[in-house]
Structure formats: C-alpha cells, structure tokens
Design a protein around this ligand. Sequence first.
Ligand code: PLP
Length: 366
Amino acid sequence: MTRITRATIHLDALRANLAAARAAAPASHVMAVLKADAYGHGLLRAAGALAEADGFAVSCLGEAQPLRRAGYGHRIILLEGFFDADEIEAFAADRLDPVVHAPWQLELLAQHPPSEPLDVWVKVDTGMHRLGFPPRELADVRQRLSDLPGVRGIRYITHLACADVRDDPTTREQLQCFEAAMAGLEGERSIANSAATLAWPAAHGDWVRPGIMLYGCSPFVDHGEAPALTPALTLEARLIAVQEQAAGARIGYGGTFVCPERMPMGVVSIGYGDGYPRRAPNGTPVLVNGRRVAVAGRVSMDMIHVDLRNAPDARPGDRVVLWGEGGLRAEEVAAHCQTISYELLCQITARVTFQYDGDGHGTGAP
Ligand SMILES: Cc1ncc(COP(=O)(O)O)c(C=O)c1O
C-alpha cells in the first residue's frame, strides 16, 4: 500500500459555483479570485474551470503572469498592484490592471511611466483600514491619475470588513461611505467579495469579486445560506493501522486523549506535514468509509488518530475523507480548529497528490 494522501479537485463544482455567483449578481461582471494558487486548488486548473468568468483577480505578478502565459485573455486585476518600479513595465507588457492603493504607488507611476498605458483600480478605504486612499482624497487621486500618460482607464474598488456577518452594520456604513466618496466620479466599481455577492445586492456594482464561494465554501461566519455551493476539493487519506486499545490508554504525543473504554483506534495517513491542521482538537470530525468518526489525540506530522467506535468494521486501507465529499465541509472542520476554511484550503502542502476530475466537458482552457 503506497501512502495515499490526495486532494481531488472537482472541476464541475468550480463551474457550478461560478454559475451560482453569476446567478446571485446577474447584472454584474464576475471577477474570479484566483490568488494563493486559487485558494490551494491549483491556479491554472482552476482558471480553466472558471474561464467563463469575466475577469480574474490575483495578488501579484507571480500569479498573473502564468495566466497570461497560459493564454487567458481576461482582464486580470492585481489586488495589491505593483510592489516596486521594476514591476510597472511587466503590467504593461501583459496588460495587467494594478490596484493603486497608496501615495507611493502614484509617485512610482508618475516617475516610471509604462510603455503602454494601464487600466488602474483606485482602492478606497471605506472602513477596512488595510489598503486604500481615504475617501476625502479620492477626487485628488483621480485628478493625479488622469494627468498621467501611463494611465488609461480608472476604476474604483473597496473591500468589506464584515460582510461575512450578515447583520453587521459595518457593511451598510462602508457602502454609504463608498457611495459618498464616488459622488461625481465616473468609472466602474467593485465592492463585493463572496459574502456580499450572496447577501448584499447593494454591493454588487459593476464587478463582484467572489473567492471562497467559487471553491464551494460558505463565506458566512455562521456557514448559513450558502446551500447551493458544492465543495470543490476533497482531501482524503487512508487508514494505515487499526488497534484495539485498553480503557485508560493515552493516545499520541502528550497522551491528550485517554480511552474511556476498550475501543478501536485508527491511524490515518495524514498530518500537519500535509496541511491537516495541527490544532484540530479531539472530536474534530473525519469520515471513515463515509461514517463520521472523531480525531483523538494530537495531530502528528504524518498521521492522526481517529476514534473508531462509530466505524468498528474499519480496516487498514479504508478511505478517510478529511473534508469535501460526503457531507463533511471544510467550514465545519475549520470551526473545530478555530480557523476558517480559507486557511485549511491554502495550507495543503506539496506532499499531497493533486488530481482533477470533471475534465472532458469543456475545460475552459484557452
Ligand atoms: C480585495 C479582495 N477582494 C476579494 C476577495 C475574495 O474574498 P472571498 O474569498 O471572501 O470571496 C479577497 C479575499 O480575501 C480580497 O482580498
């Protein structure tokens, strides 16, 4: 038996989730967020499945250039823009759209005009206080950009801090702030992440920017009301040992799980070296042959223990799903681990074998 630790990417799920984003914001263009290796799904394979999107959003040149090299002609937005003067020409060469979020970027654009003018997105800080110009500076920023020969189109973008909490008043305040800042300014606008795409029609604007929902996870903190989304990644491993343990046996490093009775204990071929979260506590759900069992004891680098009392017939070689297919969602595992699905998806390591299913009915590759 070879070590099986595998992530299967369901390309049909990506397509279906994109359709769900479109259905939620039918009047807007959809910019599929592909940063961080498409949230751990594989940049180019995810782009192929999401090629029906109107644009792509990524974080840096290292994520944008492979898309262009692969032949994607979409509008590609780099959410943090260029990081230094040397990058500006690369934006022009590959027709990439920088977000311009800070005065130093304005200075660089003025000092290092690209050979072809760029379409830029001005980031407005409406309350997230991470990147962006204060609303009161927007008219000046626009004026400065319009005066630059290296700038062609100007669009506007802001980011919501609390859209994942449905009744948080911050979202309404940010929308009002953006609206006021935009008074009298022309140009396309983009506000909505996944949560706002699903729950805040007033935030749809010209371009929605869904990320996590494309990968099939609910963007909401309560995980509610995203039933139409299909998990796009199944993480699986195998049982490699099954032992009968005595009552009182202490399991794994630190002996943090103590068997309350004589019971079957399984060992699974996945650990934090594969990206399974080390902080998954006792009780974190796992599927063995489709049945829910629980993590027991500390996660080690290559293995976890599972309490098999709920799957007493399980044997070495049996299939274990950590999240994805079978009704165990990454959001649920993440909640046990005090984190979010985003982090679980992004931290799967190179040791895991990736495979892609759903090819053959239009990969969307250019
Ligand atoms: C600026 C920006 N827009 C859109 C997104 C997509 O957000 P989500 O994955 O919650 O849909 C992100 C992700 O963090 C982001 O940073």
